[in-house]
Design a protein around this ligand. Structure first.
Ligand code: FES
Length: 110
């Protein structure tokens, strides 16, 4: 970890927003845990093995993310209601260029 933090915002399915600063180097899943986002379950603890950290990345941020690998794509196939904004939050590493990142949390996780 570098000590530098960025701001991330989660929007819950009921419209509630949870915003906070999280140190870069953490995963977005870890950010959800730090900020107590209830809709991110993260059952497998970040191993890309459960899909319960599924989130929808706001379109303006999608191009700034590292492309998903085959394992992430496979797990998203068993997520509930995936779409073209879907990512596993455990596979997104917070970097300085993601300052301001906004994502939405699904209504249900697998
Ligand atoms: Fe299980 Fe991300 S925490 S796939």
């Amino acid at each position: 970890m570098s000590g530098e933090s960025i701001t991330v915002t989660f929007t819950e399915s009921d419209g509630a927003t949870i915003r906070g600063e999280v140190e870069i180097g953490n995963s977005l899943m870890r950010a959800a845990q730090i900020l107590n986002v209830p809709g991110i379950i993260a059952e497998c603890g970040g191993m890309a093995a459960c899909s319960t950290c599924h989130c929808y990345v706001d379109r303006e941020w999608l191009d700034r993310l590292r492309p998903m690998d085959d394992m992430e794509a496979g797990m998203l196939e068993i997520a509930i209601d995936p779409d073209d904004r879907s990512r596993l939050s455990c596979q997104i590493t917070l970097q300085s260029d993601l300052d301001g990142l906004t994502v939405s949390v699904p209504r249900d996780q697998a």
